[in-house]
Design a protein around this ligand. Structure first.
Ligand code: GAF
Length: 399
């Protein structure tokens, strides 16, 4: 099995410029190119909306938005991946609609306007390498690239976390996905060669350097997306809230699962449903694993970090119930190869990708193993790529 290549940013920009000229032949050269990466989360899953800790890093794969102000009333946008031109008036009561990809852009525009920023009408095209539906935040990368493009267009200087929050709000309102802040924040704030330990309550971030070139981060795409993902995510959020309500009976200061300990959870075990108990057990233990994993990585203790990742997978599978057969198979196959430190599902779950921490010299054996076994057991062909921790969103003026 071959690794997917990562297209250098300059090539994506070039594709964007060509598409811009083809789509808007009368518009002249585009003025701005903005880019934002997808992400892979090393550990800390389903903790962000519980005010907890996450440890993601930015992929080298990016979404690029290329464009200019057009001096008209309407924005015009096009995407390399989808047919057709989409037009909308930025200052007219924007609502979500078809095509779905345009909602991520419209949602960000609305959030700039609502927060008192002007958004001039623009022409823009989108080119992306971040796999769509792969659980590596293609939508967050589009939101953050759009926010960065609008920031450059208006010569605005926004705090990074503010742009991430605009992206998150766009996702809530225009894509109907009540996500946490992890994906937008890492796409915006990532630092080259580092994972970021993010406290999703305070939004404080600590870089965790990952410069050891003998260690790899392998992302394997199960290439499945189960229908469940849409409805199960809000359900998990509600189950966590239910657990918090019960925990408040012993300590009213507990406002989210972030505040609770395992001892407190066990004290109220009989007062809550088994499901709420297991959801809370995942979140409380995952917060702990995430902080521990950051410490291990800081000390180059890869065995220990990998073990925590694998424990995270089991907790997501058994307690949080967001894994699926295909992800479990990918994790098991990776773990059967010497030189693999740990492996787990990454992102929301029910399909998408796994992330594996391993020695560089073990990569080809893992790929062989997956090639031989995964299709045989699932009927699906997996894809995979390796990533270094990339940097966050940025823009460049072209003229
Ligand atoms: C999705 C969400 F968008 C994130 O906010 C996060 O909750 C993740 O699932 C699970 O950790 O990617």
């Amino acid at each position: 099995m071959k690794l997917l290549p990562t297209t250098p940013l300059e090539q994506l920009e070039q594709r964007g410029r060509l598409l811009f000229k083809k789509t808007f032949p009368d518009a002249g050269e585009p003025c701005i190119v903005a880019h934002a990466p997808g992400r892979v989360n090393l550990i800390g899953e389903h903790t962000d909306y519980n005010d907890g800790f996450v440890l993601p890093l930015a992929l080298e794969m990016q979404t690029v938005v290329v464009g200019s102000k057009n001096g008209k009333d309407k924005c015009r946008i096009a995407s390399e991946a989808f047919e057709g031109l989409v037009e909308f008036e930025p200052n007219k009561d924007l609502k979500p609609g078809d095509p779905l990809w345009s909602n991520y852009i419209k949602g960000v525009v609305v959030n700039f306007l609502r927060n008192g920023y002007q958004v001039p009408a623009f022409d823009a095209v989108v080119v992306s390498e971040v796999p769509v539906g792969g659980g590596v935040s293609s939508s967050a990368s589009l939101e953050v690239a759009t926010a960065t493009f609008i920031e450059a267009l208006g010569n605005l200087h926004l705090e990074r976390s503010k742009k991430a929050l605009f992206g998150q709000a766009a996702e809530h309102e225009f894509a109907n996905m009540p996500c946490g802040i992890m994906d937008q924040l890492i796409s915006e704030c990532a630092i080259q060669d580092c994972a970021l330990l993010i406290d999703c309550r305070s939004l404080a971030m600590e870089p965790v350097e990952m410069k050891d070139l003998n260690i790899c981060i392998l992302v394997c795409n199960s290439n499945v997306k189960h229908q469940l993902s849409g409805s199960e995510y809000p359900l998990r959020k509600q189950q966590c809230k239910d657990a918090v309500t019960v925990l408040q009976s012993i300590d009213p200061k507990i406002t989210s699962l972030r505040d609770a300990t395992m001892e407190q959870l066990n004290q109220v075990k009989d007062k809550m449903s088994d499901v709420a108990y297991r959801r809370a057990r995942h979140v409380i233990s995952e917060n702990d694993r995430t902080c521990q994993a950051a410490n291990c990585l800081r000390k180059n203790q890869y065995e220990a970090a990998g073990k925590l990742m694998t424990e995270s997978h089991l907790s997501l599978k058994d307690d949080y119930e967001v894994s699926c057969k295909e992800l479990d198979i990918l994790v098991d196959l990776a773990l059967s190869v010497p030189g693999v430190f740990g492996s787990r599902m990454t992102g929301g779950g029910f399909g998408g990708c796994t992330v594996t921490l391993l020695r560089k010299d073990a990569v080809s054996s893992v790929l062989d193993k997956i090639e031989k076994e995964y299709e045989k057991r699932t009927g699906i062909v997996a894809t995979a790529f390796i990533t270094r921790p990339g940097s966050g969103a940025n823009y460049k003026r072209l003229v």
